[in-house]
Design a protein around this ligand. Structure first.
Ligand SMILES: Nc1nc2c(ncn2[C@@H]2O[C@H](COP(=O)(O)OP(=O)(O)OP(=O)(O)O)[C@@H](O)[C@H]2O)c(=O)[nH]1
Ligand SMILES: [Mg+2]
Length: 503
């Protein structure tokens, strides 16, 4: 009653934050149309998933809770929010209430109650909120069971929903899964060009952040490469961790790298990519970084991290140069012995390692996921007519291979220069195989390997009708095989052998 009258008198919104016990903790004076709530994190005393505070505020004139009110409810995790209409004479009119809902896959974040005359509000608040909070806590626990697992919403901006766009989206999904991320939703926005600051636009970012609350997501993954400042802007509005496709791939690489060499290469690529993001956080500090007096006791954690990162990068760079040198020597020795080299290349997950295994009866890791191979191996292979070759596996290719990643694997990819023959493995069961062949062509061009002798090997023939394999091999040349079945490899072996016999 009182705040309603006062609110009318001075013509602004007034808000009260009440504790569970009904004590007024805060009084907030707003403007005629809005109210801004102070940061609540610092005054958090309540242990549950809700804030332990409900907001009751006035609206001058008719109209219930607006989107901003509901966003406040969700972001601040208020117990409840009420908007009380103030009539012209200062009397309170209807009260509009809303509360949060337990997180679920269905996506509703809040429940808006029917308006009721303010003086007839008789919700048994205590019981209600205790039960609601218990349910929210329970759901939250159930959802976060896989501790350390990321729950993400994927975001892509495409000019139109073309075939290319669909492939890109499904590829992003499979990368996310391969990185151990639970994908809760994929948001695809059609727009000519990404927004320079927020990629999908600021409004859309807020919308996504509400969705993230509903699904209890803790991560946004963008298909677009984000500049450090874009990542920061988006993450500030969304109040979530934000990564892009490159970081996702780097994360997968980091999980898979087993050898010392592989680990060094991945860590270096990660540092290179994340370094500007490390400084970017506080432009003011980084401007200071070069100056005098930055090394004092007031030095920020960030600057320490940055310098550590720099030192580590220098060390790793030295080590990769060592790796390159060592590899060059091995290659030299090999070429002196004149053992020809066949390199297996191709899109990730096409079956390269499986083929190496079946051909040479070895057991390198082959698995149904992108980037199973990070540390490629070489094996010897003897053909029936006594020709011996070295056959090597390679890191899988992927469309738009980010520059930093390509640089990281240069040492490995350099070896392809020495190959006498490239076996390009293509997955016949892939509905987008032609698109992927194109991507492989492009990467070969970037590596300046487009003129190397190449044999197309159409793999997984067991997973497609025989006439399809025939049509494709007729169109592109090459052989169809099933790398899982040694008996299908005969034509391939013959082709490889004749390639070396003719020489
Ligand atoms: N049905 C069928 N599956 C196959 C065949 N060849 C490989 N696969 C499967 O395809 C998946 C990927 O095989 P890998 O050999 O790991 O593929 P890769 O090209 O080395 O992949 P990355 O190293 O991750 O780039 C595995 O689950 C294999 O079992 C085949 O001829 N037929
Ligand atoms: Mg492999």
């Amino acid at each position: 009653m009182e705040i309603s009258r006062l609110s009318r008198e001075i013509g602004i919104q007034i808000g009260l934050l009440l504790s569970r016990q009904g004590m007024v903790e805060y009084v907030i004076a707003g403007t005629a149309t809005g109210l801004s709530i102070p940061g609540l994190e610092r005054m958090r005393t309540h242990p549950g998933r809700l804030q332990g505070l409900r907001l009751i505020h006035t609206h001058l004139g008719p109209g219930g809770l607006d989107f901003e009110d509901l966003t406040d409810l969700a972001k601040l995790r208020l117990d409840m929010i009420y908007a009380i209409e103030v009539m012209d004479n200062g009397d309170p009119g209807d009260a509009h209430g809303a509360h949060l809902l337990p997180a679920g896959e269905e996506g509703a974040v809040w429940n808006v109650l029917d308006p009721a005359p303010t003086f007839r509000l008789d919700l048994p608040f205590d019981e209600f909120i205790t039960a609601l909070e218990a349910e929210i806590n329970r759901k939250h626990k159930a959802l976060s069971r896989g501790a350390g697992e990321d729950r993400a919403i994927l975001v892509a901006v495409v000019p139109s929903l073309s075939e290319d766009a669909k492939i890109a989206i499904s590829e992003l999904q499979s990368l996310a899964k391969s990185a151990g991320i639970t994908v809760l939703d994929t948001i695809v926005q059609r727009r000519e060009k990404p927004d320079p600051k927020y990629i999908v636009g600021k409004g859309k970012v807020s919308e996504i952040s509400i969705k993230a609350l509903a699904l209890d997501a803790n991560l946004l993954v963008f298909d677009q490469e984000l500049s450090p400042s874009q990542a920061r802007s988006v993450s500030e509005v969304a109040e979530l961790r934000v990564i892009d496709r490159t970081q996702l791939i780097l994360d997968i690489f980091a999980r898979r790298a087993k050898t010392k060499e592989g680990k060094i290469q991945v860590e270096l690529a990660q540092l290179r990519y994340n370094m500007p993001r490390l400084v970017g956080k506080n432009p003011f500090l980084s401007r200071l970084a070069g100056g005098i007096g930055t090394r004092g006791p007031g030095e920020s954690r960030l600057e320490v991290d940055r310098r550590k990162a720099k030192n580590r990068m220098t060390r790793l760079e030295r080590e990769t140069r060592g790796i390159s040198r060592k590899r060059r020597l091995t290659r030299l020795r090999r070429s002196r012995g004149e053992v020809p080299v066949i390199s297996i290349i191709g899109y990730t997950n096409s079956g390269k390692s499986t083929l190496l295994n079946t051909l040479t009866k070895s057991r390198v890791l082959a698995a149904d996921m992108p980037f199973a191979t990070l540390d490629p191996s070489s094996k010897r292979l003897r053909f029936p007519r006594d020709v011996e070759v070295i056959i090597t596996d390679t890191v899988g290719f992927i469309r738009d291979l980010p520059n930093d990643l390509r640089a990281a694997f240069m040492a490995t990819l350099e070896e392809l220069e020495d190959a006498n023959l490239l076996l390009e493995v293509i997955d016949l069961s892939d509905p987008h195989l032609e698109y992927r062949m194109q991507a492989v062509d492009e990467i070969l061009k970037q590596l300046n390997l487009q003129d190397k002798q190449r044999l197309k090997v159409f793999n997984k023939a067991d997973r497609c009708p025989p006439d399809f394999a025939e049509t494709i091999t007729r169109r592109y040349g090459g052989v169809a095989i099933s790398a899982l079945d040694r008996s299908t490899l005969k034509p391939l072996i013959e082709k490889m052998e004749s390639f070396f016999l003719e020489k």
